[in-house]
Design a protein around this ligand. Structure first.
Ligand code: SF4
Length: 247
């Protein structure tokens, strides 16, 4: 996605930098990411949906150990791939998508690599990646932002989507629409590494405080900026007050 296509607001929206700073103060600075080649990042990201990072990482290591090269992985029987990634979520469908994607990359480029994408514009890379099975804007965003390509993009996982909606930054929309709207208010000064750091902080917040079913709003560093959280806290204090009145 080329964020230069999206006009910035006339008045600078400072919500993202404020959120980022509050999360930095709360969680500390994340460790710098080890940047992988685009193909390894692609394989990781294709396997990662609805699965913990440690589990996905272990599955990628097992694939490498068992097959030796990504070409051998591409040519392996589906059942063997599925068995190797059996502890991630949806292994059957992910094995199908992974093998088909690796075959299609090889067929289109003539060999199994994504290194050539380094010479493409970011929006072209993402469109190219999103033609493969199971690859949407989340995976393409991860490949361009987290790998050695290191382009400006947001990788929006389910934590990120939930939190920006609760914060009222983007009210509705799928991954592509949400990324487009957020990129309009991302400061120009945020480079690829800063967008990555923001992703890591938001994901951590989604795992630890702003969880899907039980957000801990009263302990949240973002409460002063969060309409959803303020409603939750106020509803829970009215309930407690009601109970005290009855007692
Ligand atoms: S206040 Fe609650 S809903 Fe808002 S970001 Fe924090 S935990 Fe999430």
């Amino acid at each position: 996605m080329n964020d230069t296509l999206f006009p910035k607001p006339v008045v600078e929206d400072d919500r993202l930098p404020r959120i980022h700073q509050l999360l930095l103060d709360f969680y500390g600075k994340p460790k710098p990411r080890e940047l992988w080649d685009p193909l390894t990042q692609f394989i990781y990201s294709l396997l990662s949906s609805r699965t913990k990072s440690e589990t996905t990482l272990a599955a990628v290591h097992r694939l490498r150990e068992r097959f030796g090269t990504w070409e051998n992985l591409r040519d392996a029987p589906l059942a063997e791939i599925e068995a190797t990634i059996g502890d991630i979520n949806f292994p059957e469908q992910k094995a199908i998508n992974l093998k088909a994607s690796l075959q299609q990359i090889s067929a289109r480029y003539g060999m199994l690599t994504l290194d050539f994408l380094a010479s493409y514009r970011t929006d072209k890379i993402r469109a190219w990646l999103e033609q493969f099975p199971g690859v949407g804007p989340k995976t393409s965003g991860a490949v361009v932002n987290f790998s050695v390509l290191r382009r400006r993009a947001l990788c929006l996982d389910s934590h990120h989507l939930r939190i920006v909606q609760r914060l009222g930054l983007v009210r509705h929309g799928d991954v592509a629409v949400t990324e487009e709207r957020l990129m309009r208010i991302v400061p120009e000064s945020w480079d690829a590494a800063m967008l990555d750091e923001d992703h890591v902080l938001i994901k951590k917040h989604g795992q630890e405080i702003c969880t899907f079913s039980d957000p801990k709003c009263s302990r949240c560093p973002l409460l002063s900026m969060c309409p959803y959280g303020q409603r939750q806290v106020s509803a829970s204090s009215s309930t407690s007050q009601g109970r005290r009145d009855i007692e």
